[in-house]
Design a binder for this molecule. Structure first.
Ligand SMILES: Cc1cc2nc3c(=O)[nH]c(=O)nc-3n(C[C@H](O)[C@H](O)[C@H](O)COP(=O)(O)O)c2cc1C
Length: 477
C-alpha cells in the first residue's frame, strides 16, 4: 500500500475527475487570479499549476483544494458522495472517539531528496504566489503546518498559521493570541531563548485540516491525523531543531524565531472576505534548512470572499463540534446544525431542534452562541424547528420570514469573543469584541398545535411518489 500523502490524494482526485491542470500561469498575479475565479463556485475542481514561468517544469502549485464536499470526503477516507450532513456526523464521531495513531519516526523519506543548508537555503526558488492583488507579498504558508515543541512537556503542536516569504532565508509568521504555537513560542522567549520552528507545506490534507482546527491544547495533530489516515504518519527529524516533519511531505524548512525579532508582515486577504488592516510587525523565522521532494508541489488554501478553501471542511467540522457541545451542555432534541458558507462557516450558525418545552429554542440559541466551538467570531444564531433543514438556506430564511416576531424572538448579546479579522468588531475593555444576534425562528411554543399547517408533502406522500416515480425525480431535490 502506498503511503497516504499529498500525491496519493491527488491521484484519488484525478480518478474522481476532481482536479484540473493549468500550465503557464505566473506567481505574481495569474495563479491567484485563476484561483479566485475557481473558488467562487462550490464544486469546481482543484487546480494544479505547472510550467510556472521562472520555475522548472514539474515544480507545481496546487490550490482550490477543499472547496467541494467530495474532495473533503476523499481526504477523510469517506464516500465521495458524502453530503455536508454526512461529514458533520463524521466529525461528531471523530471528536467523540478521538482516534489517534502515533507518528512513526523513520530514517529517510522523499522529503530528503533535496536538502539545502545555511547559505544554500532559498525559499524564493519555490513557486509561491501572491494570492490576491492587495497582499503584502507571496505567502508560502497557507495550507501549512507550523510545528513547535513545548519546552516543558515535550508536546509537539502543529498549527496552520500564515507564512509570508520575505527573502531566501526569511519568513514572517502571524499567530493570533491564544494559538498554541504562540503560547509555546512565548515560553522560549520568556526564558530569553530563540524558539525552534519547522514549517511544512504539501502534505496529506488530513494533516492540514487538523492543523487548522481547534484541536485541544496538549494533543498532537500529527498523531490525530494518524487516526484519520488509519496509519501513523511517518516522520523524520529536522537536522537542526530535531522537530518531526512528515517524511513524505513536499516542502519543509526549519529555523529559529528570536525574541523581539520582527518583520512587517501582511496584509493577506482573509477568510472574512476582507483585509483586516495594514502590514504589522510579526515574528520572523530565520531559516537554516530547506528540503523538498523532486518536483515539489506547494499547496495553497486561500482565504478570500467566501466560499473559500477553509469554509467547506471547516463548516462540517464546526457543525459537528457545536452539535456535540450542545448535547454536552444538556440541550435536548438537537436535529441538526448548519453553518453558512457566506459567513465563512463562523459568522452564522443554524440549529434545528425538536421543541420540547417553552424556552427550549432560546436555550439552544444561547448555548450555540457561547459554546467553545460556536463562540469565536459568531454573529448570527438562528434556531429552527425540526421540519427545517439547517443546511438549506431557503428553508431557513422561510422560517425566519414566517415564524419570527421580533418583539420576542430577537436578542442582541454584546461583548462577544471576536478578533481583528471581523470588520464589525469594536474596541472594548482593551480588546476586540462583537455583538451577536440570536433569532428564534421556531413556531412559538404556545401555538405549536394551532400554527397554520405547512403546505408541503407529508412524509408518507413524499416517500410514496419518490418510490413510484423515482426515475422522473429531479436530480437536485
Ligand atoms: C487556511 C487557514 C489559515 C489560517 N491562518 C491563520 C493565521 O494566519 N493565524 C492564526 O492565528 N490562525 C490561522 N488559522 C486558524 C488556526 O489554524 C486555527 O485556529 C488552529 O486551531 C490553530 O492551531 P492551534 O489550535 O494548535 O493553535 C488558519 C486556519 C486555516 C484553515
Amino acid at each position: 500500500m502506498p503511503v497516504k500523502d499529498l500525491r496519493s490524494w491527488i491521484a484519488e482526485l484525478e480518478n474522481a475527475g476532481e482536479v484540473t491542470t493549468i500550465k503557464g500561469a505566473n506567481t505574481t498575479e495569474e495563479i491567484g487570479g485563476i484561483v479566485d475565479i475557481y473558488m467562487r463556485k462550490p464544486g469546481n475542481p482543484a487546480v494544479l499549476f505547472d510550467e510556472i514561468p521562472g520555475h522548472p517544469k514539474g515544480h507545481r502549485v496546487l490550490a482550490n483544494i477543499l472547496t467541494s464536499h467530495q474532495r473533503c470526503a476523499i481526504a477523510l477516507g469517506q464516500d465521495p458522495k458524502s453530503t455536508h450532513r454526512d461529514l458533520t456526523q463524521w466529525w461528531r464521531k471523530y471528536f467523540a472517539d478521538k482516534p489517534s495513531v502515533p507518528a512513526r519516526p523513520v530514517n529517510g523519506g522523499p522529503i530528503l531528496e533535496n536538502v539545502m543548508k545555511g547559505g544554500e537555503v532559498d525559499i524564493t526558488k519555490i513557486p509561491t504566489p501572491r494570492w490576491h492583488e492587495g497582499d503584502g507579498g507571496p505567502f508560502i504558508g497557507t495550507a501549512c503546518l507550523v510545528i513547535m515543541k513545548d519546552p516543558d512537556s515535550g508536546w509537539v503542536n502543529a498549527g496552520c498559521y500564515r507564512i509570508q516569504s520575505h527573502g531566501p532565508n526569511t519568513a514572517g509568521l502571524m499567530m493570533s493570541p491564544g494559538k498554541h504555537c504562540r503560547i509555546i513560542m512565548g515560553k522560549y522567549h520568556d526564558r530569553g531563548e530563540k524558539c525552534p520552528v519547522a514549517v511544512v507545506t504539501g502534505m496529506h490534507p488530513a494533516l492540514f485540516m487538523l492543523a487548522g482546527l481547534e484541536v485541544p491544547y496538549g494533543k498532537s495533530e500529527l498523531d490525530m491525523a494518524g487516526g484519520i489516515l488509519g496509519e501513523g504518519v511517518e516522520v523524520i527529524n529536522m537536522p537542526k531543531t530535531g522537530l518531526p516533519v512528515p517524511a513524505h511531505a513536499e516542502i519543509a524548512f526549519e529555523g529559529y524565531i528570536a525574541p523581539d525579532d520582527k518583520i512587517m508582515e501582511g496584509p493577506l486577504g482573509e477568510w472574512t472576505g476582507y483585509y483586516s488592516g495594514e502590514a504589522r510587525p510579526e515574528p520572523v523565522i530565520r531559516i537554516e534548512t530547506l528540503m523538498h521532494r523532486n518536483n515539489p508541489i506547494l499547496v495553497g488554501a486561500i482565504p478570500g470572499v467566501p466560499p473559500n478553501d477553509n469554509t467547506f471542511y471547516f463548516g462540517a467540522y464546526r457543525c459537528g463540534a457545536v452539535w456535540n457541545q450542545l448535547e454536552a451542555a444538556g440541550v435536548p432534541g438537537v436535529q441538526g446544525v448548519g453553518a453558512l458558507e457566506a459567513g465563512g462557516s463562523r459568522f452564522w450558525l443554524t440549529v434545528s431542534i425538536k421543541q420540547m418545552y417553552g424556552g427550549h429554542s432560546k436555550q439552544a440559541a444561547m448555548a450555540a452562541a457561547s459554546c467553545h466551538a460556536g463562540a469565536f467570531n459568531n454573529r448570527w444564531v438562528v434556531v429552527v424547528d425540526d421540519d427545517i433543514d439547517p443546511t438549506n438556506i431557503n428553508d431557513v430564511l422561510w422560517a425566519m420570514c414566517t415564524r419570527v416576531d421580533a418583539r420576542e424572538d430577537l436578542e442582541i448579546i454584546r461583548g462577544g469573543w471576536s478578533s481583528a479579522l471581523d470588520p464589525m468588531c469594536y474596541e472594548y475593555d482593551g480588546d476586540r469584541r462583537n455583538t451577536r444576534t440570536i433569532i428564534d425562528a421556531c413556531i412559538p411554543w404556545s401555538r405549536i398545535k394551532t400554527f397554520p399547517k405547512v403546505a408541503r408533502n407529508s412524509k408518507e406522500l413524499e416517500a410514496k411518489v419518490r418510490e413510484k416515480f423515482g426515475k422522473f425525480m429531479p436530480k437536485n431535490g
